[in-house]
Design a protein around this ligand. Structure first.
Ligand code: KIV
Length: 274
């Protein structure tokens, strides 16, 4: 860890090794998505550890039906904006659909997200053929966050946005995939919509930190889509999310409440888990 002396904000910059240390110390990691500089500027004071510029921006910013239409240019644009507003939290950028379809495309895409857009880590969905991509990025010192369970870029193959790993065979495959992505060099693992018991087991078996979204309180940290946790996403809010602005009078208070609830493990409760 180092402190950015050009910024008056005294919070230490959160690094990849710092996240690993959090796991070793048993301290929870609070992560949120973000898509612009103004929201990003609120995250320091709230104590957010990591910020994901998610391809969920396709749905919550662009009004698309899925994350599939999001392009690398969209991700670079939003990630660069977030990076201008952010100081301490680790900045993670989603690699959008087809931007890592093979190793050489993945290297170019990740290069843009780190060099042009200021990301410190990139996130890719899945295992299988994605393992080669993770290994190639990691071998070139590009930190990688893996994403397993409900992987929204695979929505058509999965047949919808559903909890994954409920059947015994699926749970076994997910556990194997988790070991495989860590073995390929991933530094962080997002588990989305996975039964809490399975996520807790994966968390216990892996050396890298796990971040849950609909995966129970046993993960090393939690992530939510910012617009869901502020209650501004129109329509149905997923069971695993919670409106932290409800009953509070500012966005800062909502962010601080979320970080506090992740840190003291009061969020997610059983009502947000599967
Ligand atoms: O795109 C996104 O926001 C994500 C999170 C839901 C983990 O991938």
């Amino acid at each position: 860890m180092y402190t950015n002396t050009t910024n008056a904000n005294p919070r230490s910059v959160v690094t990849v090794p710092a996240l690993r240390q959090r796991k070793a110390d048993g301290a929870k990691i609070a992560m949120l998505t973000c898509y612009d500089a103004s929201f990003a500027a609120h995250f320091d004071a709230a104590g957010v550890d990591a910020v994901l510029v998610g391809d969920s921006l396709g749905m919550v910013i662009q009004g698309q039906a899925s994350t599939l239409p999001v392009t690398l240019d969209h991700m670079v644009y939003h990630c660069a904006a977030v990076s201008r507003g952010l100081h301490a939290p680790l900045l993670i950028a989603d690699m959008p659909f087809m931007s890592y379809r093979d190793v050489s495309t993945a290297l170019v895409s990740a290069g843009r997200l780190l060099a042009e857009a200021g990301a410190a880590m990139v996130k890719v969905e899945g295992a299988g053929w994605v393992l080669d991509v993770i290994a190639a990025l990691s071998a070139r010192d590009v930190p990688v966050c893996a994403h397993l369970g409900l992987t929204p870029q695979s929505v058509h193959k999965l047949g919808g946005y559903r909890v994954q790993g409920r059947l015994e065979g699926d749970a076994k495959r997910l556990l194997e995939d988790a070991h495989a992505v860590a073995g390929a060099g991933a530094e962080l693992l997002v588990l989305e919509c996975v039964p809490a018991e399975l996520a807790t087991r994966i968390t216990g078996e892996l050396a890298i930190p796990t971040i849950g979204i609909g995966a129970g309180a046993g993960c090393n940290g939690q992530v939510l889509v910012l617009y869901d946790m502020l209650g501004i996403t129109p329509g149905h809010r997923p069971r695993f999310s919670k409106d932290f602005l409800c009953g509070r009078d500012s966005i800062d208070a909502a962010l601080a409440a979320y970080v506090g609830a992740v840190q003291d493990s009061s969020f997610p409760g059983p009502e947000h888990s599967y």
